[in-house]
Design a protein around this ligand. Sequence first.
Ligand code: DC
Length: 227
Amino acid sequence: MEEIIITIDGPAGVGKTTVAKILAQRLGFIYVDTGAMYRTVALMSLEKGISVDNTKLLGEEAQKLKLNFKQDGDNIRIFLKKRDISDLIRTPEIDMLSSTVSKIKEVREALWRLQRDLAQRLKRAIFEGRDMGTVVFPGAPIKFFLTASPEIRAKRRWKQLQAAGKAIDYQEVYGALLKRDKQDSERQIAPLRPASDAIIIDTTHLGIEEVVNKMQTYVANKLGREE
Ligand code: DC
């Protein structure tokens, strides 16, 4: 089967995960959350007490990463070996720490290798992250970049946290999001930015369904034309 990789990049809270999962279901593609990989390296650095300055050791840990994704209704649970870490990697602390470990060259190089190996095995997949269209899969035939105002993204993230029973102030979520945006966009290696050939979708005033429909129409036109 010919490899078809669709990339979705964009800043925190833009709705990438939600739309990527639905689009993958509709197309029969496998969905890969690369942010979860950086989050897991952050969790390992916390749990094993590895300083973010110990870049060599963190790179080695990233290289050994054994992650499994399991479908659970509409959700995907993430297992590190046999341990379900889905909730552990979705805390405000890991939000920021994952952004910090993602600046490390050794970590990025290890995860890039894993991501490219995964693509070869999966053949038809949607990869979601920050540098999928620019660095990891520059030759992907279909690339999306989602944007939305920081206020709306912070509001979405705040609602998610509330729904998960986490009492947190909106202003705190907004501040942390701006800080993470800055760190992800200004880092030296693979900063967050749209690929020159990415389709940019501003989701500020769009519902999930509208975003997915736009993407699906684009994919159908693009793949239809190439067949
Ligand atoms: O998508 P996310 O919020 O789960 O990602 C967590 C952090 O991981 C994000 O702030 C930056 C980093 N990341 C990255 O640098 N490159 C990716 N492809 C995915 C995530």
